[in-house]
Design a protein around this ligand. Sequence first.
Ligand SMILES: [Zn+2]
Length: 81
Amino acid sequence: MKYLVLLLILAVVVGWFFGRGRRKVEPPASTKAAPPEEVPQKRIEMLACAHCGVHLPRSEAAFDVAGRPFCTPEHRVAGPN
Ligand SMILES: [Zn+2]
């Protein structure tokens, strides 16, 4: 009889433990947070002048035939340094 009570207590403890563990493992789908969407940022690509090394936006760069960026047409004519 003593062992039966002990077994009953053990069964309750084990059942409670597993019940708690299972609840912990299952993540509720409703609370699953959506990954934060990346806000598209308008990034200005900066290029270094091949002659003097000054940085300037791609839209303002002057490119030579090889595709190298230059800060001014004068530096484009002068070529890479
Ligand atoms: Zn330059």
